[in-house]
Design a protein around this ligand. Structure first.
Ligand code: ATP
Ligand code: MG
Length: 455
């Protein structure tokens, strides 16, 4: 038995002794029924937050206004929510009022989807499943609890939760839910961008094939609301190097990216965004398109959308780097110095991202030569890793002549000239690693300084 389940049982036993019958609820029950690894543990009981605080030594008030507290069991946080029902929703996101109720059935009725509205009592090993969520799970169906349209109108975040669960759990939307999602889509404008980013991020991180979710977003016209920049990719034809149009290629790359780091999957979504804007018919090949400079447009759009979705600085940078580098195509013909110049652009984990993305991007072409192309990436990877392991200078910091030594040599204080000189020295060292000796750098620096007098 898992440590989480043991913790749940121990908690529920303690609650039972105090006269409250509690249940495991939410994703834990759903995922357990599906035989999938599960995330956090949520429990529900009629005990009020103050009663929970009195019963357990370590309790944090995480969502007190909704009756939620977090009980710490060793290092494991367990969310306890008092059975509750919800009043009217006027902002399409939060109930105006909540009230505590006494039965688990009433509590389950406020939950979003039938598969999320199953309670399990592990002490008696019985399910409380008034909306037949277990049967829906078995049939791989996603269905709203109650009238779909009303439930989505109450809380528009459920629109994205539906798409997320369909994608992560490979569930098919029942017709009534699909129709309601389409009709209620515009309500997503009421949802904070942070929540939208969070849902999309979970979809990307937890789906075996995130294309399922993104196809749904497109079909249900939700992309028009949250990511309108994506719409022109649909139907944008490419050329003989691609089996798919830009949109289907994007989705194929998305599925071919590993789930971690999620930045790769975000980059997959963005990398060809600039293609529709830059598309021009090929002058010689009928029906084919060229996309000169599309990566710059993709980078600009990545920046814009990242800002709108409030990406963290780290994510913005990481995704941007992958998009920026996706049109670099190293070939066997490259010399070692070209390999080192590329390494200069790919410090730290950027190299891993570049390689993982390259493989996904090639896979997403959908052409017959993919295996050959991937073998070439293996060869390039070995060369990149060898050059990196050799410890050659790859950045200005690695030069064996300090900034101070260069300033002393020039007799000038630091300024833009200094980085220009260091770049010049680094270029020489990338070309020929032997040059990274103080004496040789000194000779090169004197030469450069003579050609670049103070202006
Ligand atoms: P996971 O934790 O894997 O993301 P989950 O289903 O446990 O999935 P949580 O956000 O942890 O999702 O919520 C726990 C439960 O609370 C859900 O299973 C659902 O029953 C209910 N719930 C959460 N958010 C909503 C919502 N916006 N509307 C209605 N019910 C919700
Ligand atoms: Mg959960």
């Amino acid at each position: 038995m898992s440590a989480t389940l043991l913790a749940a049982k121990a908690l529920l036993e303690q609650l039972q002794k105090a006269g409250h019958r509690g249940f495991v609820v939410g994703g834990f029950v759903r995922d357990r029924l599906m035989g999938r690894p599960t995330g956090d543990l949520d429990i529900a009981s009629p005990a009020r937050p103050d009663q929970i605080e009195a019963l357990f030594p370590r309790v944090h008030a995480t969502g007190l206004s909704h009756g939620t507290v977090t009980i710490m069991v060793d290092d494991l946080p367990v969310e306890h929510t008092t059975f509750r029902a919800e009043g009217h929703y006027s902002d399409h996101r939060h109930p105006d009022t909540i009230r505590f109720v006494s039965t688990i059935e009433e509590d389950l009725a406020r939950r979003d989807f039938t598969v999320n509205a199953i309670a399990w009592d592990p002490l008696e090993d019985c399910l409380i499943d008034p909306f037949n969520g277990a049967a829906d799970l078995e049939a791989r169906k996603l269905r709203a609890v109650g009238v779909a349209e009303e439930r989505l109108r109450e809380d528009a975040l459920r629109i994205l939760r539906a798409v997320r669960f369909a994608s992560t759990h490979d569930l098919v939307l029942v017709d009534s839910l699909a129709a309601a999602l389409r009709a209620m889509g515009p309500l997503l404008r009421n949802i904070a961008v942070e929540r939208i980013e969070d849902e999309l991020d979970k979809l990307l991180a937890r789906s075996e094939r995130p294309s399922i979710g993104f196809r749904l977003l497109a079909e249900l016209q939700l992309l028009d609301v949250i990511l309108p920049e994506f719409v022109p990719m649909m139907g944008q034809a490419q050329n003989r190097h691609h089996a798919y149009d830009v949109w289907n290629h994007t989705l194929a790359v998305l599925d071919a990216c590993p789930s971690q780091p999620t930045a790769l999957r975000w980059a997959a979504l963005f990398h060809d965004l600039g293609k529709p804007v830059t598309a021009e018919p090929h002058p010689d090949n009928e029906g084919e398109f060229r996309f000169f400079g599309h990566e710059q447009v993709s980078m600009d759009l990545t920046e814009q959308i990242g800002q709108r979705l409030k990406f963290s600085k780290a994510r913005q940078r990481r995704v941007g780097q992958v998009v920026a580098h996706h049109m670099i195509h190293p070939s066997e013909a490259w010399g070692d110095s070209a390999i080192r110049r590329l390494l200069r652009k790919l410090p730290g984990e950027d190299l891993d991202d570049f390689l993982a993305f390259k493989r996904a991007d090639l896979t997403g072409k959908g052409t017959d030569d993919v295996d050959d192309l991937l073998k070439k990436v293996d060869v390039i990877e070995a060369r990149l890793r060898n050059q990196r392991a050799a410890g050659h200078a790859l950045s200005r910091r690695d030069l064996r002549m300090s900034s101070q030594a260069l300033m002393d040599l020039a007799g000038r204080p630091g300024g833009p000239w200094l980085s220009a000189l260091q770049n010049h020295l680094l270029e020489a060292v990338l070309e020929q690693p032997d040059c990274n000796e103080p004496e040789r750098l000194r000779v090169l620096a004197i030469d450069w300084l003579q050609n670049h007098p103070i202006s």
